[in-house]
Write a protein that binds this ligand. Structure first.
Ligand code: 26M
Length: 817
């Protein structure tokens, strides 16, 4: 008798190759010979997916049966990007899959490029939600993401004659192998209608909401794989569907279009992501989206809870619900409604359960971005929830008056109803009072929350606000985006940092090792060459990888001050032309980012960047000393190429206005030096990397606030700074837009008359700091040592650390709970 046959090694290239070809044959319907790259993507994805599913079921079962507390992350946005590389890497299959495909002459890197980039988010807030999902899976927290399955994600950006053009995005056009439709998981969502009071003899009065419209929310589940496949969590996205696909009566009576109106109206709810991240337009469809996904998620959470528990009294012991900004804040009223109207709880108990279950993260203090809904709209769409909000408000106001003696002006500040310009529901206040914990996303931002927007609520509930500094997942933003650096670090300090990123600190002493610095610089150089190739191919602009790659990529906003960066580029251009004999340090200034379609100033800034690029890049006088590049269609996939290729990261927002920033962390982890203001998480990056390794300039948040109170303007500053004045003159006189010389007249005159964003106020400090960096570049030993220190000291900014803090302080969930 022979030895028992060993179980086939599941992870060897042989097995994987066989499985991929099997999928190619039976799921895609192609032979290896006829398969195109896209078919290989599909087959490979299906093989990986099978492996994930085993783990997924195991994780879900474990969470269900263990009775451990589950965390639900409610977010309008999950900017997840591509998933294949992430899944392969987290399952530790990168090398065997690469090898398996290569046997058929197929290059994994090229296959991965064909996956659509899932852009179900605008920017920082959505990408944070995606990093948090990955980190919850990696730190073994039973996390559940709830959001919206938009048919059209964030728009595709093209640049035509220098200006942004928005095109629809269609990530689902070829199907989505990562999602599982759960037809059986569908909930009714109501809108409009009336609330009636039912008074039965001998019973307390009940409110019954009879909605005028109803739609179905259908679940689509996507697995999120943690590091080393440890845990697989679920991202559950809701799709809106009509209760009746077609109104038969209307159809039969000949009204073929009218028979579809309802159906179209239902599906409209999840058709498109709103492409704004700094302005609340107050559109009805947006409120419908917010309520739609909040109600569906809560109904689902309640169903899951009642699966294992008798009633909802202990909901807060079993579920924690994190509200990602105020977009899901209507959940506070909706959970109250479900508890009271549907599940028969008393008000006081329902309020206790609600507050103990929810927590809320604030991501911005910009007044124009704070959500508030006109009462008449809210009341018409959600009449019962409006009643509940009034009742919550009455309770909070009573408490403030009786227990803290708040006067009328303080009460007006905390009220859920803004009585000013047309009565409105304030979603920030609703989220705050409905939560047991409220957090900001950096130390500075959290302090500003206490002093500004939530000042009076903080006085009323002094223990509620806490800080949870953002982080980013090192799997995607270091290991996957920068395999060269990952290999180098592994070689230098061993692989322990892969499991515990803070161990990357062991690299720190190697900043003094010349041989190591050289290898570190060589990795950076290769990453810069890749980016240079991309720029060459996409935009037919040649850039020198030997120059400083000075990069600002993020949403285009006045407060982020891309304008300041462009003005500096123009001033530098001017200086190079005036003093060609000087020893200039070559630079490539790279920009990318999208403007909200309705944000005229932001679009002007994009136009200006492109106009300036055209002028400078075609001027032989500057040779290779200065190039300006605007790369179109910034998204997660492009960021994965850009972050590892930066020498210098631009984080130059007006102090006090960037809640945290997360791009700042991705750059620094990959060894870029930061030029930045004392804003958001830059302040904490300074503490971690040390003041010698980061380049801080400009007004502090306090100084900005002071100048704004004094009605600061740019005029006198411009008068004293010839560099600034000449750059602004060039812009406003049409040097960069000869075909339309007045194009930037308003943009510049705003600086003279107002300078709200402190562009003029910070110009000189910014310029001086850039010139210090020029000088530093000439000393490559010094520069590279600082770069190594950045990589070594940024481990704390992992989203694993953020998530562990949320789990410990807010959710009381996870392995250490
Ligand atoms: C609101 C109403 C209607 C339509 C869209 C919105 C909206 C969408 C996204 C408003 C704000 C949105 O995002 C804000 C955001 O991304 N904030 C960023 O959050 C990051 C993660 O915490 C921080 O790092 C950034 O500093 C902060 O700007």
């Amino acid at each position: 008798t022979g030895a028992p046959t060993p179980a086939p090694r599941k992870n060897d290239p042989e097995t994987l190759a066989r499985q991929i070809v099997e999928k190619l044959t039976y799921s895609v319907g192609k032979t290896p010979a006829e398969a195109r790259r896209y078919d290989w993507l599909e087959a490979t994805t299906l093989v990986i997916r099978d492996r994930i599913i085993d783990q997924w079921m195991e994780s879900s079962q474990r969470a269900k049966t263990s009775g451990e507390k589950r965390v639900c992350y409610l977010s309008m946005e999950f900017l997840i990007g591509r998933l294949l590389r992430d899944a392969i890497n987290n399952l530790n299959l990168t090398e065997p899959i690469r090898e398996a495909l290569s046997r058929y002459g197929v290059d994994l890197d090229l296959v991965e490029l064909l996956e659509p980039d899932a852009a179900l988010g605008n920017g920082g807030l959505g990408r944070l939600a995606a990093c948090f999902m990955e980190s919850m899976a990696s730190t073994d927290i039973p996390g559940f993401g709830y959001g919206i399955r938009y048919v059209h994600g964030f728009f595709r950006q093209e640049i035509a004659d220098g200006a942004q053009v928005e095109l629809p995005e269609t990530w689902l056009a070829h199907g989505n192998p990562w999602e599982f439709e759960r037809r059986e998981l569908a909930y009714e969502i109501g809108f409009g209608g009336k609330v009636t009071t039912i008074q039965e003899p001998g019973r307390p009065a009940r409110q019954v909401w009879r909605p005028a419209e109803r739609v179905l929310a259908v679940a689509y589940d996507t697995p999120i794989v943690g590091w080393r496949g440890r845990r697989v969590n679920t991202l559950r996205l809701w799709s809106a569907q009509p209760l009746d696909p077609i109104l038969l009566d209307a159809f039969n009576s000949g009204d073929h279009i009218g028979a579809l109106v309802e159906s179209n109206k239902a599906e409209a709810i999840t058709r498109i992501l709103y492409p704004a991240d700094s302005h609340q337009a107050g559109q009805e469809l947006r409120l419908r989206q917010e309520y739609f996904f909040s109600s569906a998620s809560l109904q689902d959470i309640i169903r899951r809870h009642l699966h294992a528990n008798e009633n909802l009294s202990n909901l807060a012991d079993k579920f924690s619900i994190q509200l990602n900004d105020t977009h899901p804040a209507v959940s506070v009223a909706e959970l109250m409604r479900l508890l009271i109207d549907v599940h028969g709880h008393e008000w006081a108990e329902a309020w206790e359960i609600t507050r103990n279950t929810f927590s809320y993260t604030n991501h911005t203090l910009l007044p124009e971005a704070l959500e508030h809904w006109p009462i008449h709209l809210f009341e018409r769409l959600l009449p019962r929830q409006m009643q509940i909000i009034y009742a919550i408000n009455a309770g909070v106001i009573r408490e403030a008056a009786q227990e803290k003696g708040f006067d009328d002006s303080k009460i007006a500040a905390i009220s859920l109803i803004d009585e000013g310009n047309g009565r409105r529901v304030r979603m920030g206040q609703l989220a705050f009072v409905g939560s047991h914990a409220v957090n900001g996303v950096s130390a500075l931002h959290t302090e500003l929350m206490k002093e500004t927007v939530f000042h009076h609520l903080h006085l009323l509930y002094p223990d509620r606000i806490e800080n949870k500094t953002n982080g980013v997942t090192p799997r995607r933003w270091l290991m996957q985006a920068n395999p060269g650096l990952t290999d180098l670090v592994t070689d230098a300090i061993g692989p322990a940092f892969l499991d515990d990123i803070e161990k990357i600190a062991d690299l720190d002493p190697l900043a003094d090792d010349a041989a190591f610095r050289e290898r570190f610089a060589a990795v950076k150089r290769r990453n810069k060459e890749q980016l240079a190739n991309l720029i060459g191919e996409r935009m037919a602009t040649q850039v020198d990888p030997g120059a400083i790659f000075d990069i600002q990529v993020k949403r285009i906003h006045e407060y982020k001050r891309q304008f300041l960066n462009i003005i500096e580029a123009i001033a530098l251009y001017d200086q190079i032309r005036s003093h060609p004999e000087r020893d200039w340090t070559p630079r490539v200034k790279i920009f990318a980012g999208k403007a909200a379609p309705s944000y005229a100033q932001a679009k002007q800034i994009i136009h200006l960047a492109n106009d300036v690029a055209r002028t400078i890049n075609s001027d032989p006088a500057v040779r290779d000393l200065l190039k300006v590049v605007f790369i179109p269609n910034y998204n997660v996939s492009l960021a994965e190429i850009i972050m590892p290729a930066a020498d210098l990261s631009e984080q130059i927002s007006t102090a006090g206005l960037e809640a945290s920033g997360t791009g700042n962390m991705k750059f620094a982890m990959n060894g870029a030096l930061t030029i930045g203001t004392l804003d958001g998480a830059n302040v904490e990056m300074l503490e971690h990397v040390g003041e010698d390794n980061i380049f801080i300039f400009g007004l502090t948040a306090e100084e900005v606030a002071q100048r704004r109170r004094e009605a600061h303007s740019g005029r006198s500053i411009i008068a004293e700074l010839p560099l600034l004045r000449e750059a602004l003159d060039a812009i406003s006189s049409g040097v960069f837009s000869p075909e339309d010389p007045a194009r930037y007249h308003d943009l510049v005159s705003n600086l003279y008359n107002n300078d709200w964003w402190m562009t003029c106020a910070d110009f000189q400090a910014y310029w001086d700091t850039q010139r210090r960096l020029d000088a530093l570049w000439q000393d490559q030993d010094e520069w590279q040592a600082k770069a190594v220190h950045n990589t070594a000291r940024m481990g704390w900014f992992s989203s694993d650390r953020s998530i562990r803090e949320y789990a410990r302080d807010i959710w009381k969930a996870g392995p250490d709970a």
